[in-house]
Design a protein around this ligand. Structure first.
Ligand code: RP5
Length: 185
């Protein structure tokens, strides 16, 4: 039975030390007006609690899970093992291996229990939220429109930055800035 009242996206993180990076994901969800929740619960340090919560949110109708974890990052896999909903893992660079360990332990799931894996760190946290929005937008035209507007804004910003760069280069090199090269569009 599906209970009601659960946030569309639930973000798990393995430690409160992951929050500064995972807050980038919540910022994106806020920008898109997607109801969400961010909680600290580890695959190792609080395994049973993590599993219980994943099951509860699934029952209550959460559509997508995001899991941010570092080191031997099993959080996304542990969630995917107990929910049929899409799980997006964000590998975090919290160990001496700078996230390579988390990347491999998040991405290298055995066949049958998939986890989508984003880039390491902040870019990955933002993209995890954007992927969640894209999944929700499959059945939400308003969200789809917001996504298209977001992309159009991103392109406009980039074109504006390019125009500014071209303007500065046409104006000539600033003292000590070295040789002037021609930029191709
Ligand atoms: C992982 O270990 C967490 O996701 C975090 O990235 C890392 C370090 O955790 P703390 O020792 O800072 O709590 O499980």
């Amino acid at each position: 039975m599906v209970e009601t009242g659960s946030p569309a996206v639930v973000i798990f993180m393995g430690s409160d030390s992951d929050w500064p990076v995972m807050a980038k994901a919540t910022a994106v969800l806020e920008e898109f007006g997607v109801p969400h929740l961010a909680i600290v619960s580890s695959a190792h340090r609080s395994h049973d609690r993590t599993v219980r919560m994943a099951r509860l949110f699934t029952r209550r109708g959460t559509r997508v899970f995001i899991a941010g974890a570092g080191s031997a990052a099993h959080l996304a896999g542990a969630l995917a093992a107990v929910t049929p909903r899409p799980v997006i893992g964000v590998p975090l660079a919290s160990s001496p291996l700078a996230g390579l360990d988390s990347l491999l332990s998040t991405a290298q799931m055995p066949a049958g229990v998939p986890v989508a894996c984003t880039a390491i760190g902040e870019a990955g946290a933002k993209n995890a939220a954007l992927l969640a929005v894209e999944i929700l937008a499959l059945s939400d035209r308003r969200l789809q429109k917001r996504l298209l507007d977001y992309r159009a804004r991103m392109e406009r910003d980039l074109v504006k930055k390019d125009a500014e760069l071209q303007r500065r280069r046409r104006a000539g090199p600033s003292p000590g800035s070295g040789r002037r090269g021609k930029l191709t569009p």
